[in-house]
Design a protein around this ligand. Sequence first.
Ligand SMILES: NC(=O)c1ccc[n+]([C@@H]2O[C@H](COP(=O)([O-])OP(=O)(O)OC[C@H]3O[C@@H](n4cnc5c(N)ncnc54)[C@H](OP(=O)(O)O)[C@@H]3O)[C@@H](O)[C@H]2O)c1
Length: 292
Amino acid sequence: MTTYQPSHDQFTPAASGLVFNRIGYGAMQLAGPHVWGPPKDRASALAVLREAIELGINHIDTSDFYGPHITNQIIREALHPYRDGLAIVTKIGFVRGADQSWLPAASPQQLRDAVHDNLRNLGLDVLDVVNLRAPGIAGPDGSALAEPLAALVQLQREGLLRHIGLSNVDAAQVAEAQAITTIVCVQNQYNLAHRGDDAMIDTLAAQGIAYVPFFPLGGFSPLQSDTLNQVAARLQATPMQVALAWLLQRAPNVLVIPGTSSVAHLRENVAAGALRLDAQALTALESLANRL
Ligand SMILES: NC(=O)c1ccc[n+]([C@@H]2O[C@H](COP(=O)([O-])OP(=O)(O)OC[C@H]3O[C@@H](n4cnc5c(N)ncnc54)[C@H](OP(=O)(O)O)[C@@H]3O)[C@@H](O)[C@H]2O)c1
């Protein structure tokens, strides 16, 4: 594969002015086990973030509930003052319980507090993009979003955030949100083996809205499949590179944010941008749809 520069492949959500290189970085893996507490190796976490920027990544996905607080503090330590053009996208709507649980926290006051927590821990005056992480741990539960979105719009009016996105939502929730405000991105679970959002991706592409799959490599249990291994071997790539290349080829509005705590994996993931999947590979990978 040739050397790949993320800046050679970009997407700008309609009316946002944001220019995302399509290969970004998801920072959740930088906290400790179960996304709780400090990482085993803080120096490595800092190194991953600095290397991400050197490799041309300009989109970092995070949340103040990773750690909690710790992931954002590591981002600040590694990268502040931030390079021009870097978009840090955060998400609010949950907090962590003392038992490491994930608790919905989407009252207007809780959302305001979360925005201020993100601003303080990231060292920013304004957040580039804030995703409202809707309720539902196993997937969207269809909750009404009008009240929390009204709170986000108010925070946007106050100049604390520039753009609003959604996470963990179904098509009806996206439509409900779009009747209230402009949505620049949607972040839902989607990968080679989990393709429930195929119709949504196409709808959002037509509207110029970014679709950002979380768990692009399968999440806490990365994808494992003989078919994936065989496709990767034939293309002289790794299985994770094939998984990312497939997402990048899926639609032009797909932005990938693979998470890793390893500089070697980060380099491998960025290099996936140079991989093109041929018809034979795409046909073989169809057998993984909603199967693993
Ligand atoms: N909105 C939401 O509700 C939500 C939910 C989950 C995640 N997210 C966001 O989505 C981002 C991505 O999700 P994720 O990090 O959970 O899952 P992921 O990107 O699908 O997979 C991460 C896992 O893959 C491994 N990995 C990464 N690159 C690899 C490579 N080249 N070769 C082998 N293994 C590799 C990582 O281990 P190593 O550390 O060893 O590389 C880690 O175990 C998160 O960082 C977070 O920002 C959002």
